[in-house]
Write a protein that binds this ligand. Sequence first.
Ligand code: 5GP
Ligand code: MN
Length: 281
Amino acid sequence: MAARRHQHSRLIIEVDEYSSNPTQAFTFYNINQGRFQPPHVQIHRLDFWEFCEVASMGVLATDVETELREVKSWTEIIQQNEDGTRTLTQGSLPYEYKIVIAGNHELTFDQEFMADLIKQDFYYFPSVSKLKPENYENVQSLLTNCIYLQDSEVTVRGFRIYGSPWQPWFYGWGFNLPRGQALLEKWNLIPEGVDVLITHGPPLGFLDWVPKKMQRVGCVELLNTVQRRVQPRLHVFGHIHEGYGVMADGTTTYVNASVCTVNYQPVNPPIVIDLPTPRNS
Ligand code: 5GP
Ligand code: MN
């Protein structure tokens, strides 16, 4: 299937012919082979309530799906946090490093999405009409107590960590892109040699099953990028709440760190993974 080696030896991932039908791709490529439940994972119950999807290493926080069905500005969220009215965001997590990516609910982080949304008379998200430009322009700068990644990389204690917010289009939210070439172009930005990859959604076949639709909804191009080219030790994601848990393929450990259930109850405990110190640190 879809990969060839470039003359300068970088592996080029190509759009898969089954890209638009991940359930069919899963069956056709027999992706079940080689997947297993790793024995070395502990699921910790913390004694404070958390709303975000968290996986811990030092700690990694992926996808702060804080808004549920409402748009709220990060200013509001941070104020709530300071008022102590809700133990909500990264500010309250007792870790030295907190690494955050956006997901489809973080509308105000998606500049193009917001630019389109505010032009519309009818808001699909009614609370958008209450936002002022300072609530969605440069919101990243409000995150002062964590490291925010958006198609970018950071090295923490020798671990190269890369984060990206995009996921396959599903009813017009932030950071949505069509399956196939558009998403592959984002995955092509992930450098080889990354130890930890954080994306909002899963790759095909790993913790991506939506039982009510009987569908696999993970991204085929993300799977090919992870397994064939990047081969990180750890791939952390959320988004498909039904898939909370851990799997492995022998090279990469996959963590679906969704804290919310499919009914948006924030009850899944954070998942703690111990990783060996990287070779080149
Ligand atoms: P969110 O929390 O991002 O609003 O919604 C996530 C939920 O939407 C998932 O738990 C899953 O039920 C559903 N979902 C997200 N993406 C897809 C998709 O591509 N196909 C299907 N059938 N369901 C999806
Ligand atoms: Mn999501």
